[in-house]
Design a binder for this molecule. Structure first.
Ligand code: B12
Length: 214
């Protein structure tokens, strides 16, 4: 199974879209936990892609096809993460902030939250504060989860916190933030309620913020 995990990483890195689904199915059929496939197969491959991009060994088009390959693998895992919960633990709005198109991490967080029994409303990428507020006014979530992968888009997170405050909604709606450049210190600085470093931490945090862990 370990070898197949290595092949999964390789398939993402080498953009083998024809192989990825079969490989993921293979390890799942052998009984590997979906979380292990994600955390030890798919995610480390994207880390490697990031390194190769920094070192100019690959460029945006290659990075994009690797991301597509990773997403194909995630789609195979996704149905297995859905929890058979009847009563949702709360509603989480998820989005990647304005100016930012990275959505792989957000999607994984969404899948894990759904698996843990939350109702997740995915508001997509390049999410403006205005669009988010429109949705907030109509659907009133318990938590807003924001993702940013670019240092230049991180300030958008603070704008969301400020807008909630301006509308008098800050006490009622919790804000959690994440994404590779985001840190606990940044979360604290902008007045968010918490930071999650990965999808497991995101679930733990959402449970705490919604009171579902009590
Ligand atoms: C794939 C990728 C792309 C793909 C994105 C495809 C997609 N649909 O997502 C494409 C090719 C489109 C892309 C484009 C660009 N990218 Co890019 N990209 C990446 C790459 C390689 C991987 C990101 C990823 O998916 N990681 C895997 C996921 C699982 O990890 P994650 O996102 O961090 O998410 C986890 C945690 O952070 C956390 N989390 C995430 N969100 C949230 C939210 C909440 C609420 C919580 C609690 C937790 C949480 O949980 C997740 C699961 O564990 C990174 C390098 C890297 N290592 O990060 C560069 C990287 C982010 N990109 C970078 C750059 C520069 C760009 C471009 C500007 C390149 C260009 N010149 O055009 C554009 C920008 C486009 C835009 N406007 O957004 C830089 C950013 C540098 C910086 N400091 O800002 C990076 C770091 C690469 C590098 N080393 O230089 N990119």
């Amino acid at each position: 199974m370990g070898d197949t995990l290595a092949e999964i990483r390789q398939a993402v890195i080498e953009r083998q879209r024809d192989r990825i689904e079969g490989l993921v199915r293979e390890v799942l059929d052998e009984g590997m936990e979906p979380n292990v496939v994600i955390n030890n197969g798919l995610i480390p491959a994207m880390d490697e892609i990031g390194k190769m991009f920094t070192e100019h060994k690959i460029f945006v088009p290659e990075m994009l096809v690797s991301a597509m390959t990773m997403k194909m693998g995630l789609e195979v895992v996704k149905p297995l993460l859905k929890g058979a919960q009847s009563e949702p633990k709360g509603t989480v709005f998820l989005g990647t902030v304005k100016g930012d198109l990275h959505d792989i991490g957000k999607n994984i967080v969404g899948m894990m939250l759904e698996g843990a029994g939350f109702r997740v409303v995915d508001l997509g990428v390049d999410l403006t504060v205005e669009k988010l507020m429109e949705q907030v006014e109509t659907q009133s979530p318990d938590i807003i989860g924001l993702s940013a992968l670019l240092t230049t888009t991180m300030p958008e997170m603070e704008r969301v916190v400020q807008e909630l405050e301006a509308r008098g909604l800050r006490d009622r709606i919790k804000v959690m933030v994440g994404g590779a450049p985001v840190s606990p210190a940044f979360a604290e600085k902008i007045g968010a309620d918490g930071y999650g470093g990965d999808a497991a931490q995101a679930v733990e945090l959402a449970r705490r913020l919604s009171g579902a862990d009590r």
